[in-house]
Design a protein around this ligand. Structure first.
Ligand code: NAP
Length: 273
């Protein structure tokens, strides 16, 4: 039985993956804020595969808080000897800059600081797997210079577009750190080819809400369909870094100083964590 950890596993694509792997008889650890959503997921899974929920575990946490991410990582290390697949899919879209009670910028904290902690601190558990894989649902393809190393938390000049591009690029560089530490690890940044009709959790303006609702209903994919390529990546993992949109690999963005940028990012993040 594999151990599959899914952040944001209570809704959208994360929940679809959790349901799939529970039905397949794997051990699944779901991380999210809502126990009610997890209970609904279990009930849904049980109605189709009665034995599945016994291998499910829920950890309630707000991963926009560094302290909570650390607590989850500690809990995983205490209760598990191995992680075969780590899916990073927690998402809460904010169009505006939002400081957390810890003083971090909320999107940077949820979409990068938390993922950095999971990837670096769970390295030993992933190393214990024969074919470990991380699927990071940060859409690949942001430009190499998208990171403002002098103002990672965007105190000045925050826009949704800049913040989104920066976390996506940072998550690609995180793959360099992860695979340097563990050459057997598969590290995939993945995005869907088109909008997925998920919960689209966030605090966004009416324009974005309406656009997502309209696009979703006209051309959106069901989460159960959108995750099929992720299942294939998890079930046939390949060592090293890769980028995907849907089923198709995309070239990794290559900048002039990727190794240096990854190291610079790590040292800047270590200073604030
Ligand atoms: N949907 C798309 O079209 C699309 C496109 C490109 C990329 N993606 C990426 O794919 C991934 C999954 O997206 P989705 O649209 O399927 O997600 P979603 O339906 O919006 O669900 C978000 C998940 O994140 C959890 N979450 C939100 N805030 C959290 C927090 N502070 N701490 C812990 N968990 C939190 C939610 O659980 P609780 O409510 O229980 O907290 C839920 O399980 C995301 O990384 C997203 O950026 C999606």
């Amino acid at each position: 039985m594999r151990t599959i950890v899914v952040t944001g596993g209570t809704d959208g694509m994360g929940a679809a993956l959790a349901r799939h792997y529970l039905a397949a008889g794997e051990r699944v650890v779901v991380i999210g804020r809502s126990r009610a959503k997890f209970d609904a997921l279990l009930a849904d899974t049980a109605s189709q595969s009665p034995s599945a929920p016994s291998s499910a575990e829920f950890i309630a946490a707000d991963l926009s808080l560094v302290e909570e991410s650390r607590r989850v990582v500690d809990q995983l290390k205490e209760h598990h000897e191995r992680i075969d697949a780590l899916v990073l899919a927690a998402s809460f879209i904010r169009q505006r800059r939002h400081p957390t009670p810890e003083g971090h910028e909320a999107s940077w904290s949820l979409f990068f600081l938390s993922k950095y902690l999971f990837v670096t601190q769970l390295a030993d558990l992933l190393r214990a797997s024969d074919r470990p894989v991380i699927v990071n649902t940060a859409v690949p393809g942001a430009r190499a210079g998208a990171i403002d190393f002098d103002d990672l938390e965007m105190v000045d000049g925050f826009t949704f577009k800049r913040s989104n591009a920066q976390q996506r690029r940072a998550n690609e560089l995180l793959g360099i750190l992860a695979t340097d530490q563990n050459p057997d690890l598969g590290y995939v940044t993945w995005g869907p080819t088109r909008l997925v009709r998920s919960s689209f959790a966030g605090e966004v303006g009416t324009g974005m809400k309406v656009a997502a609702a309209v696009l979703g209903s006209l051309a959106g994919q069901r989460p159960d369909d959108a995750i099929q390529p992720i299942i294939s990546i998890i079930d046939t993992p390949k060592p090293g870094r890769a980028a995907y949109r849907g089923t198709r690999t995309r070239p990794l963005t290559v900048g002039a100083h990727d190794e240096d940028d990854a190291a610079r990012l790590a040292s800047a993040v270590e200073e604030v964590l």
